[in-house]
Design a protein around this ligand. Structure first.
Ligand code: GTP
Ligand code: MG
Length: 544
C-alpha cells in the first residue's frame, strides 16, 4: 500500500531498528512481526502470546558457554530463538519450536533441596541452570547480553542524539517485548490455577508502539474466553455461579485471590500490593528476574481499545511514533511527566495531545477518530459498557493526505501550538480533531476518546499546566535561537541533524522557566551559544 512519503528520516530509522535486531538462533519472526504491520495489534499480540507459551526464562548461575548451553537445550527440543540479558544476574530467554521442548525440559528439572528453609513446590517456567560447568570456557566465545533495562536517569547522554536516533535508542527492542510477553505468560500460568481459560496480555506502552526501555508492564487478565458456549438446545444446562453486586466487586475479588497467589507462590514476584479501591482495581508488584514494574488489571477493556487506537495511529505514519516518543522524552526530562501518580500530565494524555496536534496540521497527518469510526466494518463493531469504541482495524482502508512536513518542523510547531493553545476555554478532542468548548471546569481538559463524558487529564492542576506551557514556550525559543526551524523538505542532511533538539533535552537549558521572559528579550547567552556550537560540530548520534 502506498502512503504519503514524508521526507523525514523516521521511516529509515524504523526500518533500521528492525534490521538491527540481534536475535540469534534459527528461524525468525513472522513477516508481519518483522515489519511490525500485521494491520492490527490483536494479530501481533496473538503471535507474541503463542511464542511466549513456547518460551522459558532461565537464570544462569554458572555462566555456561553459549555452545554448551545450546547443546544442552537442544536435547529437549528444537531451539528457535534465545538471548541473554543481565538483571541482577544473567538470564536467558529461550523459545522452543513447540511446547514439547518446554515440557521435556520441565520434566528434567528438579525441585532443589535447601537446608534451613522450606520451599513452596510450585513448578513454573522460571528455572535456574546450575551445573553446566564451563571447564572449556576458554575455547568458546562467551555469550553477549542484550540490553533489557536502561538507566532511567541516563538522559544526559541524549544531548548528542538526534530526533530519530532518540526513538531508535530508547524504544522497546524486540527482546524486551518478548520478555514482556513471557512475563505475562508466566503469570497466566498462576492465574490459570483459578481460571484455566484466562489470558494475561500486555496493554499500554509495552505494546502501543510508544514504549521506552524501562517503562512499566501493564497487563490485563482477560476472562472473556470463559463466557459463551454452544448454542442452546431444548434442554438447557448451565453453570451455577457465585454472584456479586457489581462487575467491579467481581473484579475486586478475582484480583484479590490472584494477588494472594502471586504473592505467596509466584516465583520472582515481590512487593505485591492490592490496589482494589482505585477507579480501576489493580495489583502492583515487581517481577525481579525481568526487572519490570507490573500492574495487573482485569475487566479493563476500554484500556485495551485505547492501546489498539494508539497503535493504529503509530502505524499510519512513522512521524507519529517519532514525535510522540520525542515529546514523551522531553516531558520526562523536565519533570512534566513522572513515574509517581499525582497532578502531573500522564504519558497517555501527552500522547493524545500529540495526536490532536497532528490532526490539526494542514493537511492533517492523521485522521480523526470519528473518521476511523466511519470507515469501520461490521466486524469492527465494539461497544463496551454502553460506550461506542468502534473504529476501523484494517489499516489499508485508511487513506492519508499528503503532508510532507519534517519532524523537526513538526516538533517546533508542536511547541508553538501548545505554547499558545486556549487551555482556559477549550477542550482537546481527537474524536472531532477540533478543539471544543470545555464542558467542565478543569485546568486541562482532554476528552476521553471512548468514554466521552470523561476528562483523561482531570488530575492535572493549574501549576502543572502552566509549567507545560512555559516549557513549550522556552523550547520554541531555544529552537528558534538554534536556527534549525526552517523545514527543508527532502533534504536529508537537515532531517538527520536536528542538533537543536539536543538542547531541549538538557535539563539545564529549559529548566529556567521562570526567567523565560527575561531571556526572550536578550540574545542567546554565550553559554548556550557555545553549547549549540559544540553540538553542531558533534551532530552524529552516539549510541549508549
Ligand atoms: P507509560 O507511562 O510508559 O507507562 O505509558 P502508558 O501508555 O503505559 O500509560 P499507563 O501505564 O499510565 O496506562 C496504561 C494504559 O491505560 C494507557 O496506554 C491507556 O491505554 C490507559 N489509560 C491510562 N490512563 C488512562 C486514562 O486516564 N483514561 C483512559 N481511558 N485510559 C487510560
Ligand atoms: Mg504503562
Amino acid at each position: 500500500r502506498m502512503r504519503s512519503s514524508p521526507s523525514s528520516s523516521a521511516a529509515m530509522a524504523s526500518s533500521f531498528a528492525l534490521r538491527r535486531l540481534h536475535m540469534r538462533g534459527k528461524g525468525g519472526l513472522c513477516k508481519c512481526l518483522q515489519k511490525g504491520r500485521c494491520g492490527s495489534l490483536h494479530a501481533v499480540q496473538a503471535e507474541r502470546l503463542e511464542q511466549a507459551q513456547r518460551s522459558i526464562l532461565i537464570s544462569c548461575y554458572s555462566r555456561p558457554t553459549e555452545k554448551k548451553f545450546l547443546k544442552y537445550l537442544s536435547r529437549h527440543g528444537d531451539v528457535k530463538k534465545y538471548f541473554f540479558y543481565e538483571s541482577y544476574g544473567v538470564y536467558a530467554v529461550v523459545e522452543f519450536a513447540n511446547r514439547d521442548g518446554v515440557a521435556s525440559l520441565l520434566e528434567e528439572a528438579v525441585i532443589p533441596s535447601v537446608s534451613n528453609e522450606a520451599l513452596v513446590p510450585f513448578k513454573s517456567r522460571l528455572l535456574s541452570l546450575k551445573n553446566l560447568s564451563s571447564v572449556d570456557s576458554n575455547h568458546f566465545k562467551h555469550f553477549e547480553c542484550v540490553k533489557i533495562v536502561t538507566n532511567k536517569h541516563s538522559w544526559g547522554t541524549v544531548s548528542t542524539l538526534q530526533v530519530v536516533s532518540l526513538t531508535e535508542t530508547y524504544q522497546l527492542t524486540d527482546e524486551n517485548i518478548r520478555l514482556r510477553f513471557l512475563v505475562c505468560s508466566l503469570l497466566q500460568d498462576i492465574a490459570a490455577a483459578y481460571f484455566p481459560e484466562c489470558t494475561i496480555k500486555p496493554f499500554g506502552s509495552s505494546v502501543n508502539g510508544f514504549g521506552k526501555l524501562g517503562c512499566d508492564l501493564d497487563m490485563i487478565l482477560d476472562l472473556d474466553g470463559i463466557s459463551g458456549g454452544k448454542p442452546k438446545s431444548v434442554l438447557s444446562l448451565e453453570f451455577q455461579l457465585k454472584r456479586a453486586n457489581s462487575e467491579r466487586a467481581v473484579t475486586q475479588s478475582i484480583l484479590s485471590v490472584i494477588g494472594e497467589c502471586v504473592d505467596q507462590f509466584g516465583p520472582g514476584c515481590v512487593g505485591v500490593q492490592k490496589i482494589l479501591n482505585a477507579r480501576c482495581p489493580l495489583l502492583r508488584f515487581a517481577h525481579q528476574p525481568s526487572g519490570f514494574q507490573c500492574d495487573l488489571t482485569a475487566s479493563n477493556r476500554v484500556a485495551i481499545k485505547s492501546t489498539e487506537l494508539l497503535y493504529l495511529y503509530g502505524e499510519l505514519d512513522p512521524r507519529v511514533r517519532s514525535l510522540v516518543f520525542t515529546v514523551r522524552c522531553w516531558a520526562r526530562t523536565h519533570g512534566i511527566t513522572s513515574g509517581i501518580p499525582g497532578a502531573w500530565i500522564t504519558n497517555f494524555s501527552l500522547t493524545i495531545m500529540v495526536l490532536f496536534f497532528l490532526q490539526k496540521r494542514s493537511p492533517p497527518i492523521i485522521p480523526t477518530l470519528d473518521h476511523l469510526a466511519e470507515l469501520a466494518g461490521s466486524a469492527d463493531k465494539c461497544v463496551i459498557e454502553g460506550n461506542d469504541c468502534t473504529f476501523v482495524i484494517d489499516i489499508s482502508k485508511i487513506q492519508l493526505q499528503s503532508n510532507t512536513e519534517t519532524l523537526e518542523h513538526l516538533l517546533r510547531e508542536f511547541f508553538e501550538f501548545y505554547a499558545t493553545f486556549a487551555f482556559s476555554k477549550m477542550s482537546i478532542n481527537i474524536r472531532k480533531g477540533k478543539e471544543q468548548n470545555k464542558p467542565e471546569v478543569a485546568p486541562l481538559h482532554i476528552q476521553n476518546p471512548f468514554e466521552t463524558s470523561l476528562n483523561i487529564s482531570k488530575n492535572v492542576n493549574a501549576t502543572q499546566l502552566d509549567r507545560f506551557v512555559a516549557l513549550c514556550q522556552e523550547s520554541l525559543w531555544l529552537l528558534q535561537q538554534s536556527g534549525t526551524n526552517t523545514p527543508r523538505v527532502g533534504n536529508r542532511s537537515n532531517t538527520a541533524t536536528p542538533w537543536g533538539l539536543a538542547t531541549l533535552l538538557l535539563p539545564s537549558q529549559v529548566a529556567g522557566v521562570k526567567s523565560r521572559k527575561k531571556r526572550r528579550r536578550e540574545p542567546a547567552s554565550e553559554r548556550i551559544k557555545g553549547l549549540l556550537d559544540s553540538l553542531k560540530n558533534n551532530s552524529q548520534p552516539k549510541k549508549s
